[in-house]
Design a protein around this ligand. Structure first.
Ligand code: ATP
Ligand code: ZN
Length: 283
């Protein structure tokens, strides 16, 4: 039985639960319990505060955990980062009052910066050789300049709307973060095997999300060009159409170059292009 720690409630909760579900793992009870057991996979789920997860994984109370990379780096526990999950994206940034003149990091010298990420901030400032005073607080960092507690802040940002409503502007990005899967360094062989099974599933789900299944009709004299655009998993599937000189092509296309590929396919006389989402993809 592998024990995974996930956030009890908050920004990573929904996506963590969804990921397990997409991996075909069903939990025997809803949320708001301390733990749940999967009935179709050897996995036990612990619901915890995100700040505590690195410690629990380090201690082996949980074997693996899902946390923001920002939390992982702040807690500096000696645990492994095994997979970048692609959700919970945000950045850890320095922000100053809108009215402040800001040109470079030099402008932070001697200022008081409020943050809950003192370890990461300290390391960043030392590396940049900026001497500023770090004021560690546990929450509501964005109001610190407004109430005269600090001159600047270092906090997590995604859209920037919280900064905006508090009269702040983002001036430096220290770290780009996303949710990651972490693991204890001393897992037993048995647990490692379960983790590998879980990773295979996570990978299948993530790869599927990044790809689309594509079907199209094309004149045979263009097939070479079309194959160069759609290499597929091994190579494209080609089936002759009833109409002479034409074929149906089936392949996969990466989400990132999707529109570019579609435009070129049109130039190569492709017709009847159908694009279908993929549920799982094992390469
Ligand atoms: P907990 O009660 O578990 O301590 P929390 O309030 O510390 O929760 P959340 O605000 O739920 O944490 O954020 C959890 C994680 O979500 C962050 O550590 C970060 O990795 C990620 N995240 C994504 N976008 C944002 C954002 N705009 N602000 C804060 N965190 C974000
Ligand atoms: Zn937290």
């Amino acid at each position: 039985m592998l024990k995974i720690a996930i956030q009890k409630s908050g920004r990573l909760y929904e996506d963590s639960i969804r990921l397990l579900k997409e991996c075909g793992i069903e939990l025997n009870n809803g949320n708001k319990q301390l733990k749940a057991v999967a009935f179709n996979f050897p996995l036990e789920v612990y619901f915890l505060r995100d700040d505590d997860i690195p410690q629990y994984v380090y201690d082996g109370v949980a074997d693996i955990g899902i946390v923001g990379e920002n939390v992982l780096l702040e807690k500096t526990k000696d645990i492994d980062l095994v997979y970048r999950l692609g959700f919970g994206r945000c950045r850890l940034s320095i922000a100053v009052p809108k009215a402040m003149q800001y040109e470079s990091l030099d402008d932070l010298r001697g200022l008081k910066i409020a943050t809950t990420y003192s370890t990461i901030l300290q390391e960043y400032l030392s590396q940049k050789q900026v001497n500023a005073e770090i004021h560690e607080i546990s929450g509501s960092v964005e109001i610190a300049p407004g109430i005269g507690l600090a001159d600047a802040i270092c906090d997590l940002v995604s859209s920037g709307s919280t900064l905006f409503t508090n009269g702040l502007k983002e001036v430096e990005v220290i770290l780009r973060s996303e949710a990651v899967l972490t693991a204890n360094k001393n897992l037993s062989e048995e647990k490692k095997q379960v983790l590998d099974k879980l990773l295979l599933r996570i990978n299948a789900v993530k790869t599927a999300k990044n790809n689309k299944y594509i079907l199209l009709n094309a004149p045979n004299h263009q097939l070479k060009n079309i194959f160069s655009l759609l290499p597929g998993m091994k190579s494209p599937t080609v089936v002759p159409l009833a109409e002479a000189g034409w074929s149906s092509v089936q392949s996969v296309v990466n989400e990132n170059d999707f529109w570019e590929v579609i435009e070129k396919l049109k130039q190569y006389e492709a017709q009847g292009i159908i694009v279908i989402p993929i549920e799982k993809m094992i390469v």
